[in-house]
Design a protein around this ligand. Structure first.
Ligand code: PHB
Length: 390
């Protein structure tokens, strides 16, 4: 637009414009198939909604190129290479799986391409493998689960059995919970890691949990696996004797209706629930519902905040890989989740965590907030943040 105005004034040729802020090529790397397909779709919906809401605040325009990661690290790496080398994107956003984030980390770091992580919680990407080119607008696996360890122990639960899929996110989520639960005096009486994307029958694992003598079970499952797990837990008859807790992805509003009554009474923790009472969340939730007919999930808000971060960065005049990387790490704003900022020591987001119970409301299952646990920056976990360099 600026060029057009200058051209109309006959001034365009006498000015050397800085590289145009008008067209930023964005590579959206998300799973549109596989166990996390619904998550990828929700992130994209949130991303596009923020472009609608805030796009007018910047002179930049955004060209979006989408690629399907399929929840397969080698596939995702190939798609990321295409976006970087062939399409020459200025910035990438997305990534749902911690395994995929681990696979593309060296590529984006080495190619100096900024990546806005819109889900994958891989602790190492903002820890020992941090990069000035990776900024996370979602959460880290440890961050979501650490507060729950102490909280659960404070509720009088002394012995816990844990379960999660056997890949980076499953292990890191459980580690986060166990670190604070054990520190508070709790005892882990058994742990199982189920083959990721391959486990259909959780029965043998539930039998072990039942026999373990635990007071409760704490798990991480997401997407299609969360739906199967919650339903099988209930039909196994465990819920009343062995209460189910977990990271909040277990009962995400995105698929809690598919879990149905089996999800009622499950208590989990997360960085966003659609029932947060604030003007920013009400505006977002109403707009999301008007568009989709559904309440927004944590995935939707992560996509929304990722696009908003990009817009905020572009408002500073950033328009290429280096300037965008620098600007993204300095973004802060008040969003549907509350006040968000990026910790300069790790490039991870700092945000509150909400403990919530899935309850039956007037219009079906909803999220009752039981506690808001304060925002804490992650420990640096070996991150030595280098400045952005050409
Ligand atoms: C992850 O792999 O980091 C991951 C996937 C799905 C979630 C949360 C974390 O819901």
């Amino acid at each position: 637009m600026k060029r057009a105005i200058l051209a109309a004034l006959g001034l365009a040729s006498s000015f050397t414009l800085p590289a145009s802020a008008e067209d930023i090529k964005v590579g959206l790397l998300l799973p549109f198939s596989g166990v996390y397909a619904a998550l990828g779709n929700d992130i994209e919906t949130g991303f596009n909604l923020a472009l609608e809401h805030f796009g007018g605040e910047t002179d930049a325009t955004f060209e979006i190129l989408k690629e399907d990661t399929e929840v397969k690290p080698p596939v995702a790496l190939g798609k990321a290479k295409k976006l970087i080398l062939q399409d020459k994107v200025d910035v990438m956003a997305g990534i749902v799986s911690s395994g995929v984030l681990g696979a593309v980390r060296d590529l984006v770091h080495g190619a100096n391409v900024p990546l806005i992580v819109a889900n994958a919680g891989n602790d190492e990407a903002t820890g020992a493998n941090c990069s000035p080119f990776i900024t996370r607008m979602s959460f880290s696996n440890g961050q979501v689960n650490r507060p729950m360890g102490k909280w659960l122990h404070d509720q009088g639960i002394g012995k816990v059995f844990t379960l999660a899929p056997d890949y980076a996110a499953g292990r890191q989520m459980i580690d986060g919970f166990v670190s604070t639960f054990a520190k508070a005096g709790g005892k882990i009486v058994g742990q199982e890691f189920t083959p990721f994307q391959k486990t259909q029958d959780f029965g043998p694992y539930l039998a072990k949990a039942k026999a373990s003598g635990a007071d409760a079970v704490f798990v991480f499952y997401a997407g299609g696996e969360a739906i199967s797990f919650v339903k099988q837990y209930d039909s196994f008859g465990l819920k009343s004797d062995l209460p189910l807790y977990g990271s909040g992805f277990l009962t995400s509003p995105l698929y809690v209706n598919a879990e149905g009554p089996a999800a009622e009474g499950v208590i989990t923790a997360l960085h966003y629930v659609p029932t947060i009472e604030s003007p920013a969340n009400e505006t977002f939730a109403q707009a999301f519902e008007a568009k989709t007919g559904r309440v927004p999930s944590e995935f939707a808000v992560q996509g929304y905040d990722a696009a908003r971060a990009l817009i905020e960065a572009s408002k500073t005049g950033a328009n290429d890989r280096e300037t965008l990387a620098n600007a993204l790490r300095q973004v802060s704003f008040e969003g549907p989740r509350g006040k968000l900022s990026i910790d300069p020591a790790t490039n991870n987001i700092v945000q509150p965590i909400y403990v919530y119970e899935t309850v039956m409301g007037e219009n079906g299952l909803t999220q009752k907030v039981l506690a808001q646990l304060s925002a804490e920056a992650d420990p640096a976990n070996g991150c030595e943040m280098a400045p952005v360099s050409k």
